[in-house]
Design a protein around this ligand. Structure first.
Ligand SMILES: Nc1ncnc2c1ncn2[C@@H]1O[C@H](COP(=O)(O)OP(=O)(O)OP(=O)(O)O)[C@@H](O)[C@H]1O
Ligand SMILES: [Mg+2]
Ligand SMILES: [Zn+2]
Length: 506
């Protein structure tokens, strides 16, 4: 008998429908799977065979031939265990084949027939809904699938249950996603950072507009400490943002069990030894890299010059486009990568170049070499530069700083203004404005225009640099609730570019 059912594989952050067809004829035992990489076939067969037997279904002798289509998609075998096993059981006559037509099935089988969590359930759920199919997944994935409104997702815990469910012998309700969204608890807070009001202010502006920021300063001046607290001043994600980010974690197989939607903005801090593939993404079945795992959140690169040149250069394209494209034989996969870059570095190898309290012991060429690791084009993509000076004793003994929650409130207000401004334009923050949007939304008074002209002539700022100043000034105005960009907004934004000059040799 021939039986057919459906499954899905993810490609980029989307899912592709897979047809699973099984043909069974009595005779000499043979179990063939066509359309999977060889190495995975053997393991798959073993799991499916054992799971069927251990779920109490006799495995009659004969030739079982499984065909997976389309053939040209590179498949990761394990999540096809469940649809294959169900189609096999149907070909044996345990389930009427016509019943399978209304389902999309996803799940890895344990030898005892239990269902194990898989990756890519959210994109599959979006596909199942558009195809009008009911989605059956392991219980641990049910909430993730249920995030899609109007879809029908059923979480089950073993093969026997799935059979009963399809036969209509077991009633269960579709999984429901309950949106009890609370702001995540962090165990750090901006109030731990004493003094350094100018640094915190720069972080607030960066957070408000999603701007890339580079902190430069001597060892121990608090760069890492402050960077780690930036997520605590970011507002929670909009629902759309949360779905985008969740899709990425879903296909990366990084969803926490039983979790539906990721609502906490990601904070990714890869070590400087990270490979280009781990940073950007890649692999034969393309996987998202750190830049995509940081989508709608923060990518923190501590000790920036320690990263390989190759890794740093590979950041340029995602920083410009907000996404990564990975080319493969069967077309390219795309992953969103709209992150806020927070980077930190010492100004020189010894760390004290430009330090007001200690002398730098480096040679000029050593400093040049060190700073030269970060190329001009990468620097050009950073909106805010901030010099971090070590605290003095008195500052350190000062009272605590402002709480993250109150800074976050201002950031949230500024972001609300931006969300309204960019409605229907596919962006959420000022940092992602196109040149045309800059023209439309960053009109300057004559006085502000004058100031910007003078500063850019004096500082030799590139056209890209001027765009960045305008975007940052827009954010500063939004933080103030000001419709127009005023002179003092431009002045502050220029300050965040001028900072490079103080530490930079060239
Ligand atoms: N403003 C501050 N308020 C409170 N503690 C601070 C402050 N600045 C620094 N510290 C203390 O100094 C420690 C070192 O700071 P941190 O590791 O952030 O420095 P850094 O600038 O990243 O140094 P490096 O360049 O060596 O990485 C912090 O863990 C913290 O205890
Ligand atoms: Mg540090
Ligand atoms: Zn030095």
């Amino acid at each position: 008998m021939v039986a057919k059912t459906f499954s899905a594989m993810h490609w980029g952050v989307d899912a592709i429908k897979i047809e699973v067809e099984v043909d069974y004829t009595k005779g000499v035992p043979q179990f063939v799977i066509v359309g999977l990489p060889d190495a995975e076939v053997r393991e798959s067969k073993e799991r499916i065979h054992s799971a069927i037997k251990n779920s109490g279904f006799p495995f009659p002798p004969g030739r079982v031939r499984v065909n997976l289509a389309p053939a040209d998609i590179k498949k990761e075998g394990s999540l096809l265990d469940l649809p294959i096993a169900i189609a096999v059981l149907s070909s044996f006559g345990y389930i009427p084949p016509e019943r399978l037509r209304e389902y999309m099935l996803l799940g890895e089988l344990a030898l005892d027939g239990g269902l194990r969590k898989v990756s890519g359930v959210l994109p599959a759920s979006i596909l199942a809904k558009s195809e009008g199919l009911k989605l059956v997944v392991p219980s641990a994935n049910a909430y993730e699938g249920a995030v899609v409104k109007g879809g029908k997702v059923f979480g089950l815990s073993n093969l026997g249950e799935v059979v009963k469910f399809i036969l209509g012998e077991m009633e269960i309700d579709p999984a429901e996603f309950n949106e009890t969204q609370t702001y995540p608890e962090y165990d750090v807070d901006m109030e731990d950072v004493r003094g350094m009001e100018y640094v915190k202010r720069a972080c607030e502006v960066a957070a408000a507009g999603g701007h890339n920021i580079l902190m430069i300063g001597p060892p121990g001046s608090g760069k890492t400490m402050i960077a780690r607290r930036i997520p605590t001043i970011l507002p929670e994600m909009e629902e759309e943002e949360a779905i985008e980010t969740t899709k990425i974690y879903s296909v990366a197989g990084l969803m926490p069990s039983g979790e539906g939607l990721i609502t906490t903005r990601p904070f990714r801090a890869p070590h400087h030894t990270v490979s280009e593939v781990a940073l950007i993404g890649g692999g034969s079945v393309p996987r998202p890299g750190e830049v995509s795992l940081a989508h709608n959140g923060v990518l923190f690169l501590d000790e920036l010059p320690e990263f390989s040149r190759q890794a740093l250069e590979s950041l340029r394209q995602p920083m410009e486009d907000g996404k990564v494209r990975i080319s493969r034989a069967r077309g390219s996969a795309e992953f969103p990568a709209n992150f806020m870059l927070v980077a930190a570095m010492n100004p020189c190898p010894c760390g004290h170049f430009g330090d007001k309290t200690k002398n730098c012991t480096c040679t000029v060429s050593a400093i040049n070499r060190y700073q030269g690791k970060i190329s001009g084009p990468l620097l050009d993509r950073i909106d805010i530069f901030i010099n971090v000076q070590p605290l003095t004793y008195d500052e350190f003994r000062n009272k605590k700083g402002e709480k993250s929650s109150s800074i976050r409130e201002r950031v949230r207000k500024a972001r609300e203004i931006q969300i309204k401004r960019f409605e229907g334009r596919g962006i959420y923050t000022n940092s992602r404005m196109t040149p045309r949007m800059i023209k439309e939304f960053c009109k300057l008074s004559a006085e502000a225009e004058n100031l910007l002209r003078m500063a850019s002539n004096r500082m030799g700022i590139s056209a890209r640099g001027i765009s960045r100043i305008l975007k940052v000034a827009r954010t500063i105005a939004d933080l103030e609730g000001s419709r127009d960009i005023q002179t003092h907004h431009i002045a502050e934004a220029i300050q965040y570019r001028q900072n490079v000059g103080e530490y930079w040799m060239t």
